[in-house]
Ligand binder design. Sequence first.
Ligand code: DX5
Ligand code: ZN
Length: 221
Amino acid sequence: MPQIKIAPSILSANKKALNEEIRRIESYADIIHVDVMDGKFVEPITFPIEDVRKLKTRLPLEAHLMVDEPENKWIEDYIDSGCSSIIIHQEATKNIDDAIALIKKKGAKAAISIKPATSLKTILQYLKKLDMVLIMSVNPGYAGQRFMPEIIQKIKELRKIDNNIDIGVDGGMNVDTVKEVVMAGANVVVAASTIFNAKDSVKAIMELRRVLMECVNKIKV
Ligand code: DX5
Ligand code: ZN
């Protein structure tokens, strides 16, 4: 199983003090997850490139593009604004091959995300070209939703097919649900409200890491 990574999503961070929020947690995290929403693929609109350009962190920035037709400028814009990984949605475009090629051409890591209702089969053909598959465990759009346990099966199946690929899970991650997804084979945990809505974001992320390491040790035995 690949290395465990925690990717705090700044969707639940204080928008007026994003860099302070990031600075506080960055020594405890692996990636900063930026949820980009276009008002079409999902209702809200979040994190325009002007905001992303202002982010200061030594961690890699990952753009989760919840947008229609990401190959139409979004991919280029977010890589040019400092994101070194791009996650597109299977449901958002008919040109997945072109979108992945564009991400790679620009030198970024490529990932595909699937909504809870989307089958794993729809992305298997792209697996070889991907750095990560992000399995949504809520319907994308908002932080603070309840984890959907029915997605566990997809994690198990994907881990059986590919032992090395990063498998991320996004939505409703907390100290209980991370156990379920990591025991099923996931290794990247995206979490917004559990970290940034906690009284102490550092404590929250350390607690997540502690639980994750416990699971890794169990898997090893
Ligand atoms: C959902 C976003 C997630 C979201 C997770 O549309 O893609 O990254 O911020 O929020 P929590 O961790 O609160 O479920
Ligand atoms: Zn996300």
